[in-house]
Design a protein around this ligand. Structure first.
Ligand SMILES: NC(=O)NC(NC(N)=O)C(=O)[O-]
Length: 351
């Protein structure tokens, strides 16, 4: 895959985050929903169906006119897009030679008709694409979008469509006690010791995991030490309770976990002394959702999870309350990134 710095940002379109391919003008050969499946595309050279070769992707029929094909994705979390990947894996004689991407920002829960009528802005100009390749396109526009439209010219197949960016949460939903560690609120993985089987970025996705593959699984540690993951919280807040879910980790749950936090606003988090213990080293059970009530008044911006000596988790949650400075920051960030036409539809809650 073409490595661009933006691919390190959260995939806002991913089905794992709740994205949906809500419309496409055609999907005769292969279903549009495949575009945002979180796993890598799969190909069986021998599999054919009634309509032709079976592909793990979105594929339209051969056009006999001058039009082009398109698919619209409602992002799992609205945000600022830093770049997109149009992955044509396994589409070799049937990839689209050109693509473009548009974006829109719509309040509430619009119907497909309303989305189509929304104002669309081009974020990737019509650009060349090649087959069997993760075609990467950086995006410069720094406004916040709720929907994106992938256009392919004139037709063809795309295995996966990744929309990498920063989640910009709606501050009206950041009041009260919220999950400060939820990706859908804007939390991100910043470092980890080992993502051999799957990444710790998975443990902050919405909902419960449905199997071990939807969590974080490291390899068996043979050389001493322990595995860890560090996250930037969605916003600075005071933690109230912690959830450590080892569901589906039966023979490979950690023996113990420890959680520490730090506030990057008041200390240098590169320095070990900035980190305070939130949950001391505590034994955990396999396949169990553990909840821990917390006693602290200290706000945090970052969390570090240590697992001993190794082992996987399916989810990690940190419920807490934003402090007033942090809520004001979140409001200002949202308001500043809203496109003008969206601003006119919402109350001004900027700081
Ligand atoms: N071998 C193919 O992929 N052919 C066709 N596509 C499918 N899915 O059968 C086509 O025309 O692009």
């Amino acid at each position: 895959m073409t490595t661009q710095p933006f691919t390190g940002f959260t995939d806002l379109a991913s089905r794992a985050l709740g994205g949906s391919v809500c419309a496409a003008n055609d999907e005769l050969f292969a279903q549009r929903e495949n575009l945002i499946r979180p796993e890598a595309p799969f190909f069986d050279p021998n599999e054919f169906g009634h309509k032709g070769k079976v592909y793990d992707g979105w594929e339209t029929r051969r056009r006999r006119d001058d039009g082009h094909d398109w698919a619209i994705v409602r992002l799992g979390a609205a945000g600022i897009v830093h770049g997109v990947v149009v992955d044509t894996a396994y589409f070799l004689g049937n990839y689209p030679p050109f693509v473009s991407v548009e974006a829109a920002s719509v309040e509430g829960y619009p119907s497909v008709d309303d989305i189509e009528k929304a104002e669309w802005f081009t974020i990737v100009d019509k650009s060349a694409a090649v087959g069997g390749t993760a075609n990467a396109y950086p995006v410069d526009d720094r406004r916040r979008w709720t929907h994106v439209r992938l256009n392919i010219f004139p037709d063809g197949g795309v295995a996966r469509f990744r929309v990498h960016g920063d989640v910009v949460p709606d501050p009206r939903f950041l009041t009260g006690t919220v999950d400060l560690l939820a990706a859908e609120n804007g939390a991100t993985l910043t470092a980890c010791s080992d993502a051999f089987y799957s990444s710790p970025a998975n443990i902050i996705m919405p909902g419960r995991a449905r199997n071990m593959g939807e969590g974080w699984e490291n390899s068996r540690r043979r050389n001493g030490g322990n595995d860890f993951a560090v996250f930037a919280l969605a916003a600075a807040g005071v933690p109230r309770h912690l959830e450590v879910d080892t569901s589906y980790y039966v023979g490979n749950a950690p023996g113990w976990v420890r959680v520490t936090t730090a506030d990057a606003r008041t200390s240098d988090i590169e320095n070990a002394t900035a980190w305070q213990e939130l949950l001391p080293r505590t034994a955990v059970q396999p396949d169990t959702r553990h909840r821990f009530a917390l006693e602290t008044d200290d706000a945090a911006t970052h969390l570090r999870l240590d697992v001993f000596p190794d082992g996987g988790l399916s989810r990690l949650r940190l419920f807490g309350d934003l402090d007033s400075e942090s809520l004001a920051d979140a409001r200002a960030r949202w308001w500043d990134a809203l496109p003008a036409e969206h601003r006119s539809q919402v109350p001004h809650v900027g700081a």
